[in-house]
Design a binder for this molecule. Structure first.
Ligand SMILES: Nc1nc2c(ncn2[C@@H]2O[C@H](COP(=O)(O)OP(=O)(O)OP(=O)(O)O)[C@@H](O)[C@H]2O)c(=O)[nH]1
Length: 608
């Protein structure tokens, strides 16, 4: 990635306050600009000024809020960026009184168990310990130590005769505060007694109270032990059901995504600083680098950053497939065996199977773990000529087609049928209905992976090892020249056997899942692109928003009214950086982090 030229000339070198004003280089980050674009927005809101180039707007700029005007185009605000302290660390509006509290909760599931863990976090940890384990020395930090727990102030009353106690002194603990873990015998009465005992230790000076859902993790975030993306990933870890979801959440928890986004945000802020330097000082100052070159450097940086962001968005979409499940539509003619296949895959009689054509009228949805991937299977109404179908069946077919459009993968079930030949023998043949072909072609046009399952192969009495005769394969392939042969499987649903073809079909499905969820890696790009697959839906939407601001920036900078457009273009960069700030919860524009945390912590349980 190209580095922007650093502005070291007279314009910035005059004083340390210049550095602060321009937000370039070091120095306390206590100041931030509201430049023309921002003032314009205020003006729009307050005085209904529409055109940023009018003098009215400039008057608005000069007089609004009566702040110190350092330049006709901008104003210095001595407002500390919300949620950012002097070191640029996030404070997230945590009330000081709150953080001084000590919290406790049962960290393991309630109910009878071999072991139950009670967690305590906050400044009163040592008091809790000395009250429960009177006259016993504090365990060595991070070393499990056997202790007898007593009821506070009743040294003869044992609560748990053999608890393992762990002490994690601040700041090297999960929450960044002192943390005490009590590994108790898991009987409900012991747990209740210990929790009650802890609650009695609260004093006006050292408040001790039960923790809310996710409150330990919230403290970890507040104390910079975890980033917002890591917490989101942690939420996913807790709700992971399949192996792939688990891997994804672990990847996201341990990846350096936050660092990457923060790096990009700082690059954008630095780029914005360069533009603002040009706007403010190009008329009367000397730069080491010519303004035109500085401007083109900023444009190049944005042009290089954009595809990286786009790749992250694409990879995040793949991650969403793992997180939310891959949707599969089963389509085919009535009686082809779609419901029978669904039942075989989920391993139970989930859908009604009958010899009566048109049994399935509506879409039947089921989720199932296929090869470690969460798959959302949809059995749909059989497709046939509309003129043969009644109103309900027509509605069912419409829904089936709609489901194909919304699915990530399509499985078409064709079925072997038999008819009497002239000699009175039952001859197998493979009907391929036009309605099914049409839907499959549409799916292929939308680049959806398609798999064809030829059902009822038991009617063929094939020799062992053969799953589909060549002639049927040859009948299918001309319709789908682009379809891989490995995506055509012979199966039998009603005669389970090692050669029924179901396992090979599932293996192919798993391969398809792997393909559509594997991160796209640009060979020139950073390795963190693979990590982007762990990005959440919220992060993806913010990345997309960031890209749209970068597009707007590039449009502005290419505009004819260079002076005005550059001012507004710098504002677009600020918004773009704000989107990245919202992802990490760090920096100007990070928005209401509490609100984001509220959504993120919904998934957390008490004790986490
Ligand atoms: N011989 C044989 N019969 C099968 C097989 N699979 C399904 N059938 C039969 O085919 C008939 C239709 O099966 P379903 O699974 O209900 O078919 P469907 O495609 O869901 O049918 P609709 O709901 O009408 O769209 C039933 O009588 C099944 O027993 C198979 O592998 N071999």
């Amino acid at each position: 990635m190209r580095q922007l030229s650093t502005i070291t000339s007279k314009a910035l070198g005059r004083s340390s306050s210049s550095n602060r004003i321009l937000g370039v280089g070091g120095g306390p980050a206590n100041y931030s600009y509201a430049h023309s674009g921002q003032i314009w927005r205020w003006a729009q809101r307050r005085w209904r000024v529409r055109d940023p180039t009018t003098t009215t707007y400039r008057r608005g700029l000069g007089t609004s809020r009566g702040r110190h005007l350092i330049h006709p185009k901008r104003q210095l605000l001595q407002t500390r960026a919300k949620g950012e302290d002097a070191r640029g660390m996030h404070t997230h509006g945590v009330e000081q009184g709150e953080i001084g509290n000590t919290i406790y909760a049962l960290a393991t599931a309630s109910g009878r168990a071999a072991i139950a863990v009670v967690r305590v976090s906050g400044p009163a940890c040592l008091n809790v310990y000395s009250s429960l384990c009177p006259s016993r020395p504090l365990p060595t930090p991070r070393k499990a130590t056997l202790r007898t727990l007593y009821r506070p102030n009743s040294p003869k009353e044992v609560l748990d005769p053999g608890a393992l106690v762990l002490f994690f002194p601040a700041p090297n603990s999960h929450t960044g505060e002192d943390v005490l873990e009590l590994h108790l015998h898991g009987g409900p009465a012991i747990i209740r007694a210990v929790l009650f005992s802890i609650s009695t230790l609260s004093t006006p000076q050292l408040s001790i109270r039960p923790a809310g859902p996710g409150e330990f993790t919230r403290r970890a975030f507040t104390n910079n032990r975890l980033s917002l993306p890591q917490i989101e990933a942690l939420g996913d870890t807790l709700s992971a059901e399949t192996e792939q979801q688990r891997k994804l959440s672990v990847q996201a928890t341990t990846s350096g995504l936050s660092r990457k986004y923060e790096q990009w945000r700082r690059m954008l802020l630095s780029a914005r600083g360069e533009l603002e330097a040009i706007i403010d000082f190009s008329e009367d100052q000397q730069f080491d680098t010519a303004p035109a070159e500085m401007c083109s450097n900023v444009v190049s940086l944005v042009q290089e950053l954009k595809p990286m962001l786009q790749l992250h968005v694409d990879n995040a979409v793949r991650g969403e497939l793992l997180r939310g499940g891959i949707s599969l539509a089963l389509i085919g003619a009535p009686n082809a065996g779609k419901s029978s296949l669904l039942n075989r895959v989920v391993g139970r009689e989930a859908a009604i199977v009958s010899g009566e054509a048109g049994t399935t009228r509506d879409v039947v949805d089921l989720s199932v773990d296929i090869g470690g991937y969460m798959a959302l299977l949809a059995d749909t109404a059989g497709l046939r000529k509309a003129e043969l179908a009644g109103e309900i069946e027509k509605e069912g077919m419409w829904r089936a087609k709609k489901r194909v459009q919304d699915s990530h993968v399509v499985i078409a079930v064709l079925s072997i049928e038999t008819r009497n030949d002239n000699n009175g023998n039952n001859t197998p043949y493979l009907p391929i209905p036009d309605e099914v072909l049409e839907v499959l072609r549409e799916a292929q046009d939308q680049c959806k992976p398609v798999l064809i399952a030829v059902n009822k192969t038991d009617l063929l009495h094939l020799p062992t090892g053969q799953t589909l005769p060549e002639r049927f394969l040859n009948q299918i392939t001309p319709h789908f020249p682009a379809l891989q042969h490995t995506h055509i499987h012979g199966i039998t649903c009603t005669h389970p056997s090692p050669s029924d073809g179901i396992q090979p079909l599932l293996r192919t499905l798993t391969q398809i899942f792997t393909q559509i969820t594997t991160a796209e890696i640009d060979s020139d790009a950073s390795s963190s692109l693979g990590d982007a697959i762990g990005a959440t839906d919220r992060q993806r939407r913010l990345l997309e928003e960031c890209i749209s601001y970068l597009d707007a920036f590039l449009d502005r900078i290419a505009g004819e009214d260079c002076e005005t457009d550059m001012v507004v273009a710098a504002e677009e960069l600020r918004f773009a950086a704000g989107c990245l700030a919202q992802i990490t919860g760090i920096g100007e524009g990070s928005g209401d982090v509490e609100e984001v945390l509220g959504v993120v912590f919904e998934k957390f349980c008490v004790g986490k």
